[in-house]
Design a binder for this molecule. Structure first.
Ligand SMILES: [Mg+2]
Length: 165
């Protein structure tokens, strides 16, 4: 069973954190993880963070529920392969991504901001999870904002278990 670590931002995860935990591949969400919802600009520090991870030999790939027309240009800009329409929390996208980076599931961790897609997907698939706080929620669609409210008890429980970083 994969583990969960709560971080604020993707850029707070260091290669040392990954080494300590035996993680060699990151399966990256896009919206509210590497950028704000629907934006084509990377959040501050993300490009440098990706470079740091690449230099440290961490395998990176993008796994997103968004449409290919949103994700493909973004992934291309990052120089990463991608899986769009991943249907998280279905485990299939994470399994495909793990196979793509050539690592066993226990050496992979998803990096994402949503409980009901990213985090549940890691539970169903067996990869670990770096659960982030969303970068910005005020421009999310109404159903997503509602889901943010439903996320709260899960986040509280995870933090209570002492998995915050
Ligand atoms: Mg997201």
């Amino acid at each position: 069973m994969g583990k969960t670590w709560c971080y604020r931002r993707a850029i707070d995860i260091t290669p040392e954190d990954l080494k300590e935990r035996g993680i060699r591949g990151l399966l990256l969400d896009i919206d509210n993880t590497l950028t704000t919802y629907g934006s084509t600009e990377l959040a501050e520090g993300v490009l440098e963070w990706l470079d740091t991870m690449k230099t440290a030999g961490i395998a990176l790939t993008v796994v997103s529920n968004a449409l290919d027309r949103r994700i493909a240009p973004f992934a291309e800009k990052l120089g990463l392969r991608h899986i769009s329409l991943a249907c998280k929390p279905s485990p299939i996208g994470f399994w495909r991504a793990a196979r793509r980076v050539g690592l066993p599931l226990k050496q992979c961790a998803a990096v994402g901001d949503q409980i009901f897609t990213d985090w549940f997907g890691t539970k169903f698939s067996g990869v670990s999870c770096f659960l982030l706080e969303p970068i910005r929620t005020d421009n999310e669609k109404p159903f997503l904002r509602l889901r943010r409210r439903w996320e709260k008890p899960f986040r509280r429980a995870l933090l209570k278990k002492g998995v915050q970083q």
